[in-house]
Every structure is written in structure tokens, then in C-alpha cells.
Write a protein that binds this ligand. Structure first.
Ligand code: PLP
Length: 375
């Protein structure tokens, strides 16, 4: 093995594109325009074109994107928002910070995304929104989710923080719900070199609301029509993202290739590989498997310099910060709880070699055989 194995290899990726990145940054420094301006406008245009969406609006992070999307939709105190308990905390955090209530529906045991069959029983007269998360880069079952939204007059916010470039039945995610949110946190599939986010919509009025909210609620300078925040994409990050967007499909394909190699090793083993629904393009933000006694497996791998991560060890309904009115007791969402106990994410990034991927897979199987029966 020539290179060490990284969970995410940002340095290896940077080495291949550093000249373009350094030129792009230098151009911004020379322009003297650091907030807004040409780079941001061009990135927004290119991101919208890439997605096949009408509007893409940069903001400061994926977390802000979620918060601003809900503000633009007119969320009010005590509104209920249905989402998955098995996601990164920001999904529920932003609901709670707006004084609304996250209400959970358990996940599908195979996809780890929200189980659409469990959504309708969570709907009450207070329900206004749903936030499906395209977890680990796999689109949620959007046809069924949109049908439920239509039946109950709910609006849908796609949390595509982990899925920029993923496709559902021939459409890019971010173009199916009413509004969508992306994170460019450095380790995401399209990562900035700092915090950055994006809000996507085909609705002109919503887009205008979002633009205003991102910039202190102004429609024109110093006239504040509504409550807003300071959440803007800065020009250096936009310039970096413009360079990286050109490589994204290639990088996502490299992840898909690595996932295929992992899959091929795990089919005849006791390791449960990710399950992919039909008709989608999964972009493997994470490659997560289930294995009995995963903590022992993680320790065994660590001793052999193979990093792993647990996404996520505690479902949100069991987190004190986000369990208001949500049936926050153990056993409430058994599938999420079981998966949180057994899941482990393996190294996954655009720079993995086939040799590294095969080696990691074989070591996981060896770890399972060594540790699997111990508790
Ligand atoms: C990363 C992430 C976010 C938040 O994005 P930031 O850019 O880190 O604020 C939100 N939702 C999900 C599912 C994420 O993975």
C-alpha cells in the first residue's frame, strides 16, 4: 500500500487540482470582491444548470440552507415538520431553532432513509412540512413522499446535504421537492474549503424570499421587508466550488466504482452492504455496512490503520436537544435504534484505489470473523 488509507482524502484530491484552485483564489484576491459578485453569480448559475433547476442561491452552510428554506416557506411556532430520526443533527436542529417541532417517522431498514409507509400516521393538523434526507448519497423515495405531500397539502424540503449529483428516476435530487438544501462542508461530495451551502428551487417567489432572507431581509439595500439573517456564500468559496463542480461527476463515479468493489467482496459474507433502490443514481457520500459487534470490528481495523466512522451513533429522538414532543423514548423508532447500533462507515472518497478498496473489504471480513462472535 503506497498511500495511507484516509476516511476522506482531501489532501490527495487537492494535489490533483491545486493549480486551478490557486489560480481561482488569486483571481478573487485581485478582484477585491469577497462577498457576492461575479464568482458567486457564476457558481449559482452553473450549479442550477448542473442540477436542471431554475434557481440556486448560495448561503453560508447546509445548516443555514435548511433554516432559510423553512423561513422562506413561512414556518411558524409550533408547526410540525416530519423528518427522519436517523440523520445529521442539523436537519432537526434547524426545525427546533425556528420554534417548530421535529416529528419523526422511522426509517426503512434497508435504505436507511425515511420509510414513506410510516409518514402518514405522524401527520397531525399542525403538520406543514416534510424534510426527507437523501442519506449517505441515496435519494429518498420521492414519488411516494411527493404523493403524500399532495394528499395532505404539505411542502417538501429536500435535505440533499449528502447527495449533490445523485439522481432519482433521471432527475437530479434538489429538483423534486418545493425547495432543497445542499451543504458544501469540506468532506461532502462537493466540498468547499470552508463552510458553504446552497438553496435550490424552481419557484420564483420562494427564490426571491430566500435571496432576501440570506441578506438581512432586504429586497434593496437598507430597506428590510422581513426578518432575515447574514448567510452568504463568499467569493473565494464560490471560485473553489466552480473548479470542483467540473470534477464532481468524475469523483462521484470514482465513489460508485469503489462501492461496487466493496459490494463484490461483501455479497457472500455476513457483512450487510448498502442496499440501493432501483431507478436511482447513488453517489455514496458514505459507504456504510451493518456488522454485529461493530465496535470490536472498528477497533480491529484501527489497529491496522484503517479508519472508520459511526454515522450516527444516537438517533435524534434520543438526543435531549431534539426530542420535544417526538416520543423521545427508547423503543419509539426501533429500526433507527437498531441501525444506529450496528452501522459502521468505511473509507469512501474519490481517491481510493481499487487495491485499497479490496484490501479494506478483506480486512472488514477478517475483523468480523475475528470479532463477530464476541460481544
Ligand atoms: C452536513 C449535513 C448538514 C449540514 O450541513 P453544514 O454545511 O455542515 O451546515 C445537514 N444535513 C445533513 C444530512 C448533513 O449531512
Amino acid at each position: 500500500m503506497t498511500n495511507s488509507i484516509e476516511m476522506v482524502d482531501l489532501r490527495g484530491q487537492f494535489k490533483k487540482i491545486h493549480t486551478e484552485i490557486e489560480e481561482a483564489i488569486a483571481k478573487v484576491l485581485q478582484s477585491g470582491r469577497f462577498i457576492g459578485g461575479e464568482e458567486v453569480a457564476n457558481f449559482e448559475k452553473e450549479a442550477a444548470e448542473y442540477l436542471g433547476a431554475k434557481h440556486a442561491i448560495g448561503c453560508a452552510s447546509g445548516t443555514d440552507a435548511l433554516m432559510i428554506a423553512m423561513m422562506a416557506l413561512g414556518i411558524k411556532s409550533n408547526d410540525e415538520v416530519i423528518t427522519t430520526p436517523f440523520t445529521f443533527a442539523a436537519t432537526a436542529e434547524t426545525i427546533a431553532i425556528l420554534d417548530a417541532t421535529p416529528v419523526y417517522a422511522d426509517i426503512n431498514a434497508h435504505t436507511y432513509n425515511i420509510a414513506f409507509q410510516k409518514i402518514e400516521s405522524a401527520i397531525t393538523p399542525k403538520t406543514r412540512f416534510m424534510i426527507p434526507v437523501h442519506l449517505f448519497g441515496q435519494p429518498a423515495e420521492m414519488d411516494e413522499i411527493m404523493a403524500i405531500a399532495k394528499r395532505h397539502n404539505l411542502q417538501v424540503i429536500e435535505d440533499a446535504a449528502q447527495a449533490f449529483g445523485a439522481e432519482y428516476k433521471g432527475r437530479k435530487v434538489c429538483t423534486i421537492g418545493d425547495i432543497s438544501c445542499v451543504s458544501f462542508y469540506p468532506s461532502k461530495n462537493l466540498g468547499a474549503y470552508g463552510d458553504a451551502g446552497l438553496i435550490v428551487t424552481n419557484n420564483d417567489e420562494l427564490a426571491a424570499n430566500v435571496r432576501s432572507i440570506c441578506n438581512h431581509g432586504q429586497a434593496r439595500a437598507y430597506y428590510h421587508d422581513r426578518l432575515g439573517v447574514n448567510s452568504r456564500l463568499d467569493a473565494i468559496q464560490a471560485a473553489i466550488l466552480r473548479v470542483k463542480l467540473r470534477y464532481l461527476d468524475k469523483w462521484n463515479d470514482a465513489r460508485r466504482r469503489a462501492a461496487k468493489i466493496y459490494d463484490s467482496h461483501f455479497t457472500a459474507s455476513a457483512i450487510i452492504p448498502p442496499f440501493s433502490i432501483g431507478g436511482i443514481k447513488h453517489i455514496y457520500h458514505q459507504y456504510s455496512v451493518q456488522v454485529p459487534n461493530r465496535n470490536a470490528v472498528a477497533a480491529y481495523l484501527k489497529e491496522r490503520s484503517i479508519p472508520t466512522m459511526i454515522y450516527y451513533p444516537v438517533p435524534l429522538h434520543l438526543q435531549p436537544a431534539y426530542n420535544r414532543h417526538s416520543g423521545g423514548n427508547a423503543g419509539a423508532f426501533p429500526v433507527s435504534e437498531q441501525v444506529a447500533n450496528d452501522i459502521i462507515s468505511l473509507p469512501m472518497h474519490s481517491e481510493l484505489t481499487d487495491e485499497q478498496t479490496s484490501y479494506i473489504a478483506e480486512m472488514v471480513i477478517q475483523a468480523y470473523e475475528h470479532c463477530g462472535v464476541q460481544k
